[in-house]
Design a protein around this ligand. Structure first.
Ligand code: ZN
Length: 130
């Protein structure tokens, strides 16, 4: 089944086509970022003294953190692309309403509507405050 056929059976085909392009572009950028990180020669440099070693280790930790986030983002983008294929894209994961197009355009990998997202963030904040 071609992408065009899938998109045709959807209620918001035109908009989803451009959002899909946006997702694919984001995925390519993320993959390039990950590729440039893994080939970075920085890690192989021998630290001159302990101070350098400490800052190098900090840099490595930071580097891992950034890489982890890039991977997480990449997974989100790939899930969004998967959802486009199984026709669940654009529907809120929690309340099953249609997510408005402006929100999908601004955040193509979102799985929640504004109301549910706000609800989740509030819960996270409450958990973090305890
Ligand atoms: Zn919702």
């Amino acid at each position: 089944m071609s992408v065009a056929q899938i998109v045709q059976s959807r209620p918001r085909p035109q908009a989803f086509t451009s959002i899909r392009r946006q997702l694919l572009r984001t995925r390519r950028i993320l993959l390039l970022q990950l590729a440039s990180r893994t080939s970075s020669p920085m890690v192989q440099e021998t630290p001159a003294d302990i101070l350098d070693q400490a800052s190098c280790e900090r840099l490595c930790v930071l580097d891992e953190l950034i890489q982890e986030r890039t991977y997480a983002k990449l997974r989100q983008v790939e899930h969004a692309l998967d959802r486009m294929l199984d026709a669940s894209y654009g529907t809120c994961h929690r309340c099953r309403t249609n997510i408005p197009l402006p929100r999908l355009r601004a955040q193509p990998d979102t799985t929640l509507c504004v109301a549910c997202q706000g609800d989740c963030e509030q819960r996270t904040l409450l958990r973090g405050g305890l």
